[in-house]
Design a protein around this ligand. Sequence first.
Ligand SMILES: [Zn+2]
Length: 360
Amino acid sequence: MSDSPIDSLRLQFHSDLASAENEAELRAVRDRYLARKGGMVSGLLKALGSAPPAERPRLGQLANSLKQEIETQLDARTVAASSTRTPKGTVDVTLPGRLPVVGHRHPLAVLRERIEEIFTRMGFLVIEGPELEDDYHNFEALNMPADHPARDMQDTLYLSAPMRSSAGNPATLLRTHTSGMQIRYMETHQPPVRLIAPGRVYRRDNLDLTHTPMFTQVEGLVVGENVTLADLKGTLDLFVRELFGQDRTVRFRPSFFPYTEPSAEVDISCAACGGTGLVSKPGQSGELGCSMCKGTGWVEILGSGMVHPAVFEAVGYDSEKYTGFAFGMGIERIALLKWGVEDIRLFYENDLRFLEQFPL
Ligand SMILES: [Zn+2]
C-alpha cells in the first residue's frame, strides 16, 4: 500500500466538503467518511492490516492525521452552518407585511348615521326609546283609539303577556313605529321641539322583496309657534337633496295618517330614468317603461304631515298656540332606492360579498 489512496481520499473529501451546502449535507459527508460501518476512513484503516509490516506505522500515522483533519474541518463547517440556521418559532422580519382584515360597518348602520348627521346639522335632537311599547304610546295618544280602523294599517305583534316597564304602563306590544317616542318626549318637554327618533320597529309582514317583519324607522317631529307646511316641505326637500343628490326633486301627494292633518306621501324623482318614466335598453329600439318607478318617474320615500291637534291635546300642548309637522321613513326602503338594490332581504342575510359593496 502506497500513500496515494490516502491522498486521493483527502482530495475527494475536500471536494465533497466544498459542495455541501447545509447541515444535512454535512451530516451525509460525515457519514460517508467517518461512519464506523462503511465509512471510507474506517475502510482505509482496516486496509492497513494488509500493508507490509515496515510500512504500517507511517501509513497508520498518515491515515490518522487524515481522519483528524476530516473531523476538524467537518466540525468547523457544521458550527458555521448552524449559526445561520433560523431558530424554530422565530419571525423573518424581512418578509413583506400582511394587512390585517379591517371590519366593515353594515350599510344600514352607515345610512342611519348619515341620516342622523343631516338632521343634526339642521338642529334636530336624536332620541331613542324602548322597542317594547304600551298601547297608549303606540296608538292611543297618536289619535288611534281602540276601535280606530287605522290600527289595521299596522298589523301588530303583541306580547303573550304584558311586561312591566320603568316608563309607566306595562308594555303589551312590539312598537309598530317610533312615533311613541314623540309622545314620550312631548309629555316631558315643552315646545319648541325639533327631534328625530331612529330605531327598530316590528310589524306582522311576511318576508318578501320589499318587506321584513323588523325594519328601521326614522321619525321626525317639529313643534313650535307658526310652524307651517312650508317648513315641512323645505326641511324634507333639503334632506332629500343632501342624501340623494342636488339634482333630485321632491313632490307631495295627499294621503292619510291618523296623527297628521293634512297628510302627504313624499316622492322623489326616480334615479333610474331621471324622472322621465322611460328607459332605453341596450339592443332594443325605442324606450321602455322604467321598472323602478313603474313608469311614473317618481318613487315614494316617506310619509308626513302637520301634527293632528288631538295629538297635542294628548300631551297637554295648547293646539291653538302650537303647530308642528311630523314625518317617518324606513331606512331599508331608502337603502333600496339609494343603492338600487332590488331585494331588501339581502341586507339581513349577512353575506359579506354583498355587504362589502357599500363604501361610505
Ligand atoms: Zn324610473
